[in-house]
Write a protein that binds this ligand. Structure first.
Ligand code: WQD
Length: 343
């Protein structure tokens, strides 16, 4: 039986490559669109090594309508799209807001236009818990009011959500979409053949932890320990990237089955909050590697604490995560060691 074709924009990226693996293993035919501006082609070697097949790739920019039309025309019966392609560094977005709005919002508008021309009606959108800003109450549910974003990156995610809700609400609309609000993706595929590939000095916690453990970085700086949390360090909801990838497969299946409303929003997290210090301690327990760290000043713009209420994902989407924090951190460490071996 032929496989249902799903376009994956940003499919060579960290979450995208893991979603490509899970889509294929769930019986779909993923087709990757990526311009490698924030990913490496080596990730696709890893995907091929895991799946034993080469996944079709189109090296294009989602902002290029003509190129996108050519992909839809060439691929023929595309049934759905997962849209990962976007810039995602909070700090960088403050320095380069124009590039972030042009790329993140522009590429969604272009994609929606071309999808409509080709009658493709199912879209899973990569959103983020960053839309909640600093929440008044925890855990956050999908009804928690979104706040004025604390970065242009966060603002682009909010704008894209608004665009999708308005497009789907239009009378002539045919689009059906699911917005997945990610919490903090960590970890790597069990094979250690794909994983997070931060370019340059990692901004995110876990790649900095694994690079410190590997001796690439001298010392981890914990950004502040005077927050109003049990141990004073920030709290986040760290979700294994394979669990996150699986949530995309469930979302695609739901859209193609036509069982939900035209626009649905789901938190994708574990439902548990862990502090930075707890992540460090869990990493040491999971790997046996002692981490060299110090406490530094708070990082401007950091949300003190946020983690997900996952009731809606469990009860409506029928999805819940399975990996523990230790399992996710152990997989990150295995990936870091694989990187060292392959360098
Ligand atoms: C987590 C915690 C840091 C590095 C960001 C984006 C979010 C999403 C995920 C794209 C914070 C602390 C970090 C370090 C530290 N990105 N930390 N030392 O900021 O929660 O989320 O990445 O979708 O939208 O905002 O993730 O991993 O950067 O930080 O103490 O060297 O770890 O201060 O408390 P964050 P993070």
């Amino acid at each position: 039986m032929s496989r249902t074709k799903i376009l994956v924009t940003g499919g060579a990226g960290y979450i995208g490559s893991h979603a490509v693996v899970e889509l294929y293993e769930a019986g779909f035919q993923p087709v990757i669109i990526d311009n490698f501006v924030n990913s490496r082609e080596s990730a696709l070697d890893g995907v091929e090594s895991i799946l034993g097949v080469k996944v079709p790739l189109h090296r294009i920019d989602c902002n290029d309508a003509e190129a996108l039309r050519a992909v839809f025309a060439e691929e023929g019966n595309v049934r759905g799209v997962i849209h990962f392609a976007a810039y995602k560094a909070v700090g960088e977005s403050i320095e380069k807001p124009l590039e972030y709005y042009q790329n993140n919002v522009g590429s969604l508008l272009t994609l929606l236009t071309v999808m409509r021309e080709f009658g493709v009606e199912a879209l899973v959108f990569s959103s983020s818990c960053t839309v909640y800003g600093v929440p008044e109450a925890l855990p956050v549910t999908e009804q928690t009011p979104t706040k004025q974003a604390n970065s242009p990156y966060g603002a682009t995610k909010q704008m894209c959500e608004d665009i999708l809700r308005d497009v789907a609400a239009a009378p002539a609309n045919k689009l059906r979409t699911i917005l997945l609000r990610y919490f903090n993706p960590i970890g790597a595929h069990a094979s250690a053949k794909i994983g997070e590939l931060p370019l340059g000095v990692p901004q995110n916690l876990v790649p900095y932890v694994t690079q410190t453990a590997a001796g690439i970085r001298e010392q981890l700086t914990i950004n502040g320990d005077t927050y109003d949390t049990p141990d004073g360090t920030n709290i986040r909801d760290y979700v294994h990237v394979v669990d996150l990838a699986k949530a995309h497969v469930v979302a695609v299946q739901r859209l193609l089955a036509g069982t939900g409303e035209t626009v649905e929003t789901f938190n994708v997290g574990t439902g548990r909050g862990n502090s930075v210090l707890e992540v460090v301690q869990a990493f040491e327990r999971a790997t046996g590697v002692k981490l060299n760290y110090r406490i530094g000043p708070p990082r401007p713009g950091d949300v003190p604490a946020i983690y997900a209420d996952v009731t809606k994902s469990v009860e409506i989407l029928g999805f819940q995560t399975s990996a523990s924090l230790e399992e996710a951190l152990a997989s990150s460490w295995k990936w870091q060691q694989h990187l060292a071996d392959s360098q």
